[in-house]
Design a protein around this ligand. Structure first.
Ligand SMILES: [Zn+2]
Length: 116
């Protein structure tokens, strides 16, 4: 398998976790269970099958990241420099932005605005 395939799979994995997190966000909204400290989302890193770890993110940060197609939230150290770059980081989470070469794999999010 070529490196192009591997990067594509990794990018798609991250899009998959985003869908799961979207459901977590929905549930949280309905239950009004948001805590000021943040909500536990799944790390959206593209590790094989996902790392399955929780990442605590304030909802406004999550929503802001979600407003762009190619932004994802991962745990510190879970960035994949080959396909993304960090645009915001704290001790709890890192917001990453997909590099142009892989945006085509994640750009079908109906909620997302066009990437800048
Ligand atoms: Zn991870």
């Amino acid at each position: 398998m070529g490196s192009e395939d591997r990067l594509a799979r990794q990018a798609r994995n991250e899009a998959l976790f985003r869908e799961v997190n979207e459901r977590i966000a929905d549930l949280g909204n309905r239950a009004q269970a948001w805590s000021p400290a943040g909500t536990d989302f799944l790390c959206e890193c593209g590790d094989e099958g996902g790392c399955g770890q929780r990442v605590r993110v304030p909802v406004e940060v999550y929503e802001r990241a979600r407003s762009q197609d190619d932004r994802f939230i991962v745990l510190p150290g879970h960035e994949s420099p080959e396909i993304e770059r960090a645009v915001e980081w704290t001790d709890d989470y890192v917001v990453v932005d997909k590099i142009p070469a892989v945006e085509k794999y994640v750009a079908d999010d109906p909620r997302g605005a066009p990437s800048s």
